[in-house]
Design a protein around this ligand. Sequence first.
Ligand SMILES: C[S@@+](CC[C@H](N)C(=O)[O-])C[C@H]1O[C@@H](n2cnc3c(N)ncnc32)[C@H](O)[C@@H]1O
Length: 415
Amino acid sequence: MINNKLQMIDDQKEIESLLARRIGLDPTSTGPHVIGVAVRRRMADLGLRDVSEYAAMASGSESEQQALIEEVVVPESWFFRDDRPFRWLSDRVREGWVGRPGRPAFRALSIPCAGGQEPYSIAIALLDAGLPARRFWVDAVDVSARSLEMARRGVYSANAFRGEGEWRRHFRPHARGFELDPAIRSTVQFVQGNALDPKLLAGSDPYDVVFCRNLLIYLDRPSRARVLSTLDRLVADDGVLFLGHADRIDEPDQAPRFVPTGESGCFCHRRATHLNVPPAPLSIPMLAGRMLPEPPPLRMLPVSEPAAPSPPSPPRSPMDEAAELANLGRYDEAIAACERQIHRKGPDAAVYYLMGMIRQAAGDRRAAEDCFHKTLYLDPRHDEALLALALLADRRGDQTAAAGYRRRLSGVSRP
Ligand SMILES: C[S@@+](CC[C@H](N)C(=O)[O-])C[C@H]1O[C@@H](n2cnc3c(N)ncnc32)[C@H](O)[C@@H]1O
């Protein structure tokens, strides 16, 4: 009995270290159950009952490793997420590119790009700022083939639309949700790649702006350092790097490569060399993985193009708050934020869907199903809820129910 338990712990550790080697995943970042749930799902698909057998098989099979990666990654994303970086981008290209036709094309990279919501938001922001498609270039990278397939399809459910804005006019109703204008779709190049790969996008010119949001938060420390090296190579000397609000850069014992510009709500970083930060050890205090405001001397340093003072951050919506808490693995607080929203605004399909995702991430399948059913009650064509229920039915071994959910998904190819 004890031997069995020890063996299970060894197997779990072996799988965790495989995922750490492949994509840098820190198992504590996703909550205790996510990897276990993903492994059981893969074992059910393969008809395996023994975790040791699965661990041995996965360690020798690239394709099984990719299948497991597809199950553990968090593809949560939505259009104009956090909004401010996109406003920054519009202002920047209006000032520096729109009236200057001789300037080389503006280059942007979204890594990781999940289902395309972020790189398409970049393309829309550039077009709406007045920069024609021939004058910019947007590359988008993700390790998940499933997410890239969704990105190339360009069809999204209501869950990808959490904010208001003129940008919504670029979508038209589609049987499965909303479809992005194909002309905008064609401005983004999607590439499957790993942010840990030292040769990623080798040969590409550096980018004027790189969005690397909501990746570092899931990685262990050595992997964060590897990603930072990749970013170091990919951000142009006078380019900027946008991180997510909870992503951390930890280089406390070496010269900083990127430093925050201090613009409110943007999580925007420039190269230290560009800000003339001397290559001395960095002593910015770290608190819970986030940098405290820069010390005064850093703030006083001249920046070549000072940013206009920005208005105070708008309050975060309860949905944003819930998604952010979930991304941090704080599931109970995320659920509480969703419940507050329902209490305040009444039942809403998008909120129930998010609650289902959170319950699932927390390993509570029954509660997740209940939330997805509520989503469908309010929005019978909610694609993601149908897909989630199909996968949950698969895992219960209920093929009839799974097929029923999949039939309702017909019309658009699904992963
Ligand atoms: C939460 S999404 C972030 C998407 C987008 N940047 C945003 O902020 O909305 C995280 C994404 O990271 C991808 N990912 C995880 N590890 C990766 C790696 N090592 N290289 C590239 N992509 C990775 C996942 O597939 C997933 O799509």
